[in-house]
Design a protein around this ligand. Structure first.
Ligand SMILES: [Zn+2]
Length: 389
C-alpha cells in the first residue's frame, strides 16, 4: 500500500531558465501530476475559498485581489472544452480548499505553492499559498486588470498557474502553456491557458458534453410544502408540443446527458426523474400540478422542463432550472408572514410595497429581531410586482 504523498509545486522566477533551452517547445506537452478529481461524479464541486483579505494592502484593493484570484480559478474549463470547472467558494478565510497569502519566506525563487494531497490517482485536497518573500527578497505582488509592471509580480498569472496544479497538471515545458514553470513578466497574455493546458485538462476530465439550451421559462407557482400540491408553469414551448417536467431531489447542477435529447445534458444533478409529460396549449404554456412527497422535507429539489425536438432529439430544448427547499408538512409562517422565494419567512407586507426585495438587502425585523434577506423576485411572487427596477 502506498502512503499518502504530499506534493508541492512551484513557480520559479524567470531568471532560472534559459530561453534557448526551449527551442523545440512545439514537441513538448502537458504533464499530469498523476492524481485528479476525475474520480468524482462532479469533479471539484467542493468550493475553493479565496482569502483575498490576507494579501498585503499594497497588492491592491481586496476587490482587485478577489477579481485576480477569481479569474485564475474560472479560467480552468471556462471555454467549455473540458468537463471540468472549479467551484468558487467566495471570499473567506477557511475551508477545505483555500488560497491565501502567507507572511513567510519561501526558498529559492518560489513565489507560490499549490499543495495537493491524494491517494491512488485521486486528488482529495489542494491549497495554495502565495509567499511574502523568497531568496530574491520581498515579492511585490500586484493585482490589477492590466499588465503588471516588471517590478511587480502579477497575482492573476500566478493564481492561474497554481490552480492548474490543483486541477491535476504538473509543469509543462511548452512556453505557450500557463503551466510553464517560470514566471515571465506581467504581460496579461501570460495569464491565458494555452492549447497545451486545455489538452491536459481534457486528458484528465474528458470533453464536456453540450448542455440543453434553456429557451423555455419555468416558474414555481407556490412554496414547496411536503405533501401539498405544487404548481409549476412552463412558458415558451411551441404550440401544442409535449413538455416533460424533470426533477432531481439533489437540485441544480451538471446533470446526465441523455440520448433522447440528442445527447445533451440536463442541468439537474443525477438521479433525474421525469415527473410528468403534458401538452402545451396554443400559446406554448403548460402547467404541471405535482405533489412533493412529505418524506423529502429538508431537501432542495431542482426542476427543469424539456421538449424533445428534431430527429433523434437533436433540436431538443430545455427550460431554466428552479430549486426550492421542501418545507415540512403543515409548515406555515407566523401570521402575516409568508415563505419568500428562498423559503424564508418574511412579512407579506414587503410584497408590492414599492421597495425592491430581490434578496440583496439585509433587513431586521423591529418586532422579532429577525435578520435576513427578503426575496420576492421570482415568478411565485410575480417578481415583486414591479417593485424592482
Ligand atoms: Zn508550478
Amino acid at each position: 500500500m502506498r502512503a499518502d504523498r504530499h506534493l508541492a509545486r512551484r513557480v520559479l522566477l524567470s531568471g532560472a531558465v534559459g530561453a534557448g533551452l526551449l527551442a523545440s517547445s512545439s514537441s513538448l506537452a502537458y504533464v499530469l501530476i498523476g492524481w485528479s478529481w476525475s474520480w468524482q461524479a462532479n469533479p471539484m464541486s467542493e468550493p475553493f475559498v479565496l482569502n483575498a483579505a490576507s494579501f498585503p494592502s499594497g497588492t491592491g484593493s481586496t476587490s482587485a485581489v478577489t477579481t485576480a484570484l477569481r479569474n485564475g480559478l474560472e479560467r480552468w474549463g471556462d471555454d467549455g472544452t473540458a468537463d471540468f470547472h472549479f467551484t468558487d467558494g467566495g471570499v473567506g478565510t477557511s475551508g477545505d480548499h483555500v488560497l491565501r497569502w502567507s507572511n513567510t519566506t519561501a526558498s529559492g525563487g518560489t513565489l507560490a505553492v499549490a499543495s495537493s494531497f491524494g491517494f491512488g490517482g485521486r486528488m482529495t485536497d489542494c491549497d495554495i499559498t502565495f509567499y511574502n518573500a523568497n531568496d530574491g527578497g520581498t515579492i511585490n505582488w500586484i493585482a490589477q486588470t492590466g499588465s503588471a509592471p516588471f517590478s511587480r509580480v502579477d497575482v492573476e498569472q500566478v493564481a492561474t498557474h497554481e490552480f492548474g496544479h490543483c486541477a491535476g497538471l504538473d509543469h509543462s515545458a511548452t512556453t505557450a502553456a500557463v503551466m510553464y514553470p517560470s514566471y515571465r513578466g506581467g504581460n496579461v497574455a501570460y495569464r491565458q491557458l494555452g492549447q497545451d493546458d486545455k489538452n491536459g485538462l481534457v486528458a484528465m476530465y474528458g470533453t464536456a458534453q453540450p448542455s440543453l439550451a434553456q429557451v423555455m421559462d419555468l416558474e414555481l407557482g407556490n412554496p414547496v410544502i411536503g405533501g401539498d400540491p405544487l404548481s409549476i408553469t412552463v412558458t415558451g414551448a411551441n404550440a401544442n408540443e409535449r413538455v416533460t417536467l424533470l426533477a432531481s431531489i439533489l437540485g441544480e447542477g451538471d446533470g446526465p446527458c441523455r440520448p433522447e435529447i440528442g445527447g445533451k445534458c440536463v442541468a439537474l444533478v443525477a438521479p433525474v426523474v421525469p415527473v410528468a409529460t403534458r401538452t402545451a396549449n396554443g400559446a406554448g404554456t403548460v402547467t404541471f400540478t405535482i405533489t412533493v412527497p412529505a418524506q423529502y422535507a429538508g431537501f432542495t429539489p431542482g426542476f427543469q422542463a424539456v421538449a424533445i425536438r428534431g430527429s433523434g432529439g437533436a433540436n431538443s430544448v430545455g427550460s431554466d432550472t428552479q430549486a426550492y427547499p421542501i418545507l415540512s408538512p403543515g409548515f406555515s409562517c407566523q401570521a402575516g408572514w409568508v415563505p419568500d422565494c428562498n423559503a424564508l419567512c418574511v412579512p407579506s407586507s414587503f410584497i408590492d410595497d414599492g421597495s425592491c426585495d430581490d434578496g440583496t438587502t439585509e433587513w431586521t425585523s423591529a418586532s422579532t429581531g429577525f435578520q435576513g434577506y427578503s426575496d420576492f423576485y421570482c415568478g411565485m411572487y410575480n417578481y415583486d410586482y414591479g417593485d424592482c427596477p
